[in-house]
Design a protein. Structure first.
Lengths: 94, 181
């Protein structure tokens, strides 16, 4: 079962999910799931994740903060900004 | 095909002082799918996780040894999580740490060091004296503790669960063994 999508689709209703037995509310009552509603929630989650892909791509390539501070110390802010801009341009914000 | 039935088997050298009998029944549940509970309140046990085992003792004098391991994760950083051993829907008496002020009582515990997506495998081992010959159900529930917030907790998966090889699925087990006395 797609737990994240179910929690999003049934926010405030579904409290626990067991793949074997289904989704349940706070009182332990089984909640009947609408597959279309769950699929829409999955799409919203995937869309949100995709929209921030550039952030994860950039984060993976930025130098460590120690390296960035060293760059600033030895070469100045402009040189540091130039290095960072290469990465930002490589993964532009949509 | 012949069958040998005896009431008791004793080694030729005899039983050592204080030794009891042997294992006469083993029941195990292996949970291979996942469980989660959203917004689990601080220091509160989860609902039924589905990791339960039922055993019917053949004598009310016999003991039940419970062992297993549980794979859990949560979505909070720097907080703690654990498990509790339950019997019939209630915390199994003696299977949690002593009461000590506001401190949460649980059977086994761990802390996420830096990222709530970390998973832990928590073992447990406990001997119960159920004093019954009725079917008895033991189970494992998850608990979360931070002092400030709630968390979604998971069993048999990491917190992040996108479809990648680095988001594995695991198993959790509970085994009940009837030991004669």
């Amino acid at each position: 079962m797609d737990h994240e999508a179910i929690y999003r689709a049934y926010a405030g209703t579904v409290v626990s999910i067991n793949d074997s037995t289904g989704a349940f509310d706070k009182d332990g009552n089984k909640v009947t799931l609408d597959n279309t509603k769950v699929a829409e929630a999955r799409k919203a989650i995937d869309d949100a994740f995709a929209a921030t892909k550039y952030q994860r791509d950039r984060a993976a390539e930025y130098p460590t903060w120690q390296e960035q501070l060293d760059k600033i110390y030895h070469s100045g802010i402009d040189a540091w900004k130039a290095d960072i801009k290469v990465i930002k341009d490589k993964y532009p914000k949509p | 095909m012949s069958q040998l039935k005896v009431n008791s088997i004793v080694p030729t050298g005899g039983l050592s002082s204080g030794a009891n009998g042997g294992i006469i029944q083993i029941v195990q549940t292996v949970k291979t799918d996942t469980f989660s509970q959203s917004s689990l309140n601080d220091a509160t046990f989860s609902n039924d996780t589905g990791l339960n085992v039922t055993i019917t003792p053949s004598s009310n004098a016999n003991k039940i040894r419970l062992t297993g391991s549980v794979v859990i994760s949560m979505d909070q950083d720097w907080d703690g999580y654990g498990i509790g051993l339950f019997k019939g829907g209630s915390v199994l008496s003696g299977a949690v740490g002593d009461a000590a002020g506001n401190r949460t009582q649980c059977t086994s515990m761990s802390f996420a060091q830096s990222y709530g997506g970390e998973s832990r495998t928590l073992p447990f081992d406990f001997i119960d004296s159920p004093a019954t010959t009725s079917a008895t159900t033991y189970g494992i529930r998850i608990i979360f503790f931070s002092g400030t917030s709630s968390s979604t907790v998971y069993m048999n998966r990491s917190q992040s669960d996108d479809n990648q090889v680095y988001r594995p699925r695991a198993i959790s087990t509970i085994t009940a063994m009837e030991v004669t006395t």
